[in-house]
Each structure stands twice: as C-alpha cells, then as structure tokens.
Write a protein that binds this ligand. Structure first.
Ligand SMILES: Cc1cc2nc3c(=O)[nH]c(=O)nc-3n(C[C@H](O)[C@H](O)[C@H](O)COP(=O)(O)O)c2cc1C
Ligand code: SF4
Ligand code: SF4
Length: 433
C-alpha cells in the first residue's frame, strides 16, 4: 500500500492533507476533531498581535452555486483570528502536545515592521509548533491596514519579512502567496531570496460574488453596504494549479517546496496539485462545505490511485507533470486530431451540433433522424463538442496518423514534430537564419 506520509521542509505528517488557515483551524475544539478524523496537519487560523481584530456581526460569506446548488465557490470578508493571542497560543500548545505526529503550522500576520515579527515569533515557537506560515494573502480588511495582500503584492516586502523571520526563528518559514498579482513568479522568487523554506498558494482571490438587485448592494450585505472579499473553493482550482506550476517550472525557484491550496475537494484535485509540484496540499472550502469526514475519502482515494498508478510515496508523485507543462510555442503543430462521435452512446440531444454550428466551425452534420456526424473537412479539433456533450466519452478526439491527409487543410500529416518556433509563418523563426 502506498505510503502517504510526508516530510515537508522537515514538518512530518501522516498524510499530505492539511487544513488551511481558516475557520476549520480557528480553535482547539475544531483542530482536535480534525485530527481525530484523520487530517495530517493544520495551519492554525492566522494570529495577529493584540488587541485582536473584530469581525463584522452580519453575514461574512457569499457563495456561487452550481445548477444543483452545489457550492462552487465561497467568498468571505472575515479577518484573521478574532480571539486573544494568548488563548490561541495556549490551545496550539495543548493540541500539539497531544498530537505530536501531526503537522502544526501557525499562520501569522502582523504589521510590516521588524519589531512586530520579533515580538510574536518567539511566542509561537514556545508552543512547540512545527512551522509558521506568513499570511501575505488576505485581500480584504487586513490589506487596508497594510498587511495581507498589501505585503504579498510587493516582492521587496516579502523578501524583507521572510528574512526577518528566518533570522528570528528556528521554525521553517512558509510564505503564503496572494493570487491577486499579475505574475506569481515574482513573489515566489522574493520569498526564496528572503530565505523562506517554502511557499504555499493560493490565498483567496479578490472578488464580488453577487449583487442584491433589490437593495442594489454587493453580497454579503452588511446594513445596506457590501465589500470585496476573498474567493475560494472548487472554482479557483484552475487558477491555483497554474500558479503552482508556474513556480514549479521557474528555474529561479526550482526545488522550492510548495504547499498547494485552492479548491481541493477530491483526492484527484490533490493528486493534480502534487503532480504539478506540491509537496503537501491544504483544504478549506471543501471541509467547510462537507465537514472533516471528507479526509477519509481523500486519503483512501489518493492511496488507491497511487497503488494503481504504481507510486510508492508522495515524493514520487510530486512534480511528476511539471516537465510536461510547456509554453504554447513548444506545442506540436503536427499533432492533428478530429472529433469522433460514438453512435451507441449518443442520446441525440443535439448539444454538440448547436455548439459547433453556432459558435465553432459548422463541423457536425445532423441527419433527418437526428444522427450527428463529424465533418472532417471542417473540424478544427477545438474540443468544444467534447466539453458540452452530456455523455462522458461519447465524443472523443482521434489522432490522424502520419501520412494521412487532413481533409480540412489538404496537408499530409508530417511524422516529425513541428512547433511555432520553426513554423514558416513565424517571423522570429527566420530571424536567426
Ligand atoms: C472564511 C475563510 C477565512 C479564511 N481565513 C484565512 C486566514 O485567516 N488566513 C489565511 O491565510 N487564509 C485564510 N483563508 C484562505 C484559505 O486558507 C485558503 O487559502 C483558501 O480558502 C483557498 O483554499 P480552498 O479553495 O480550499 O478554500 C480563509 C478562507 C475562508 C473561506
Ligand atoms: S472539435 Fe470543434 S470543430 Fe470539431 S466537431 Fe467538435 S466543436 Fe466542431
Ligand atoms: S452532445 Fe453528445 S449526446 Fe448530444 S447529440 Fe452530440 S454526441 Fe450525442
């Protein structure tokens, strides 16, 4: 059976699933129950200096539902912990003492001044915690006070604070990055330059999820006013995966450990983060939606898949897909495919026809008996029909073999690889000649 245990920058946990810093890790009661359920670790809800912050007393979460009312994304306007520092520290110490085999990372956010970090870190260290995570991500409330994403958007600040922390504490330092930035590689490089042991990402995406059209106010609504907040959950996974991959394949941060966060709901999501370079994953929205019990499915599913795929341990999966993440210019333009419809699976709904006829390339013909066939001479292989078809595997993409003639272009499919860098239409390809 696959070994799920992880050693992330020296922080050991029985499995790679940590609860992200958020309400699930806000207090001892929650974290004990999470550990009983089987979570490998937690990042404690972000601590700040006293006097502690206050939260709004109205609704703090907004949501995006799918058609079946499944939660696709949550937006929140919650701040860091609103409980006294001493209470949190006492609880962290007690839980770590009773669960020495679990990862106990503590998230911290204090003003961007050296004294503040030097004041709080020894207190955290005294709890016996395994590491700290610097919250440079919160896009609401705290950022207005010069913390959170206000720091995460300035690489020089990231580097400076990471350096202070490394000078002050023996604990591994994980820098949690904000996605509210144009190029995620810059803050990651800054964290690396400051000596951080790892980065974690993503924190939440700045957002307004909906507008109450009666009140003409963004939701969640607090006495007739709304504020932008942080978006997370399944909907943000694609953004998070790309950012993790960008860092993993950046030569400047090669080998920098990554804790992957953003929309992890199933074991497959976790495996994808691992494959793109993460050494552990963190979960928030899925636990808030379904409870701590999902850890059983996460670990069982990941373990079964690893056994089937022949991976003995987490390190064997980490980064496995990174060499296959490429820039567009390196994709093989001589790879030619056509859509194929399995008539036995087709339920004749016509969705593929409508999509291709109205918005793509008029490459699906409809017979009088509602039989749908692909017209190879028109099909550009865009994959739209595959994506809109309600029946899984009913439409697939089939590769034309080398030597076949593509009826759309009249070109014989070459056997050899050919990308944009050498394509005759690329002016840059001739510049070097
Ligand atoms: C209600 C709520 C509160 C959060 N509070 C914090 C926080 O205090 N510190 C922090 O670093 N991230 C905080 N986050 C962000 C999560 O840790 C995580 O980065 C984000 O939710 C993405 O993961 P997910 O898609 O699994 O939810 C919070 C998220 C939510 C939903
Ligand atoms: S792959 Fe694109 S072009 Fe081809 S049939 Fe499907 S929708 Fe039409
Ligand atoms: S979308 Fe799928 S099921 Fe519907 S007609 Fe097209 S191939 Fe058949």
């Amino acid at each position: 059976m696959a070994d799920l245990s992880t050693d992330f920058v020296g922080i050991k946990s029985p499995n790679p699933f940590w609860l992200a810093s958020a309400p699930p890790t806000d207090k001892e009661y929650n974290v004990r129950r999470a550990f009983e359920a089987g979570w490998g670790g937690v990042v404690w809800k972000t601590l700040g200096l006293d006097p502690h912050v206050v939260n709004v007393n109205g609704p703090r979460y907004g949501v995006i539902h799918g058609a079946d009312r499944r939660v696709l994304g949550i937006n929140n306007i919650e701040l860091i912990t609103d409980r006294p520092l001493e209470v949190n520290l006492r609880e962290i110490k007690a839980v770590k003492r009773d669960y020495p085999d679990r990862a106990m990372v503590v998230s911290v956010m204090v003003p961007c001044e050296e004294w503040a970090w030097k004041e709080i870190l020894p207190k955290v260290e005294e709890t016996g915690a395994d590491g700290i995570e610097l919250n440079f991500g919160c896009p609401h409330g705290m950022s207005e006070r010069g913390m959170g994403s206000a720091v995460g958007q300035v690489p020089e600040y990231i580097e400076m604070v990471a350096r202070w922390c490394k000078q002050t504490t023996r604990m591994p330092v994980i820098v949690k990055l904000t996605p509210n930035i144009t190029d995620i590689r810059h803050p990651a490089r800054a964290a690396h330059a400051g000596g951080a042991d790892a980065v974690s990402l993503i924190n939440t995406i700045n957002s307004i999820t909906s507008v109450n059209l009666d009140a003409m106010c963004p939701e969640p609504m607090i006495d007739g006013k709304g504020s932008h907040g942080g978006y997370c959950g399944a909907a943000v996974k694609p953004i998070a995966l790309n950012m993790v991959a960008e860092i993993a394949r950046d030569p400047a941060t090669a080998g920098l450990p990554i804790s992957g966060i953003g929309g992890v709901t199933t074991w497959r999501d976790a495996a994808e983060f691992l494959a793109l370079g993460a050494g552990s994953v963190q979960v928030c929205t899925a636990a808030m939606t379904y409870g701590f019990g999902i850890i059983k499915e996460l670990t069982a599913g990941l373990s079964e898949w690893m056994d089937r795929a022949g991976y003995d341990n987490i390190a064997a999966v980490t980064g496995r897909a990174v060499p296959n993440v490429s820039d567009w210019k390196n994709l093989n333009l001589n790879y030619v495919t056509k859509a194929r419809i399995d008539q036995d699976l087709c339920i004749k709904c016509g969705r593929c026809y409508a999509a291709c006829e109205d918005t793509s390339h008029q490459a699906i013909g409809m017979g009088p008996d509602r039989t749908f066939e692909v017209i190879d001479a028109e099909c550009v292989a865009c994959n739209l029909c595959v994506n809109v078809c309600p029946v899984q595997d009913c439409i697939t993409m089939e590769r034309l073999p080398a030597g076949a003639t593509d009826p759309r272009t009249g070109r014989v499919v070459p056997a050899e690889f050919g990308d944009w860098t050498t394509h005759p239409n690329n002016p840059a390809a001739h510049a070097a000649e």
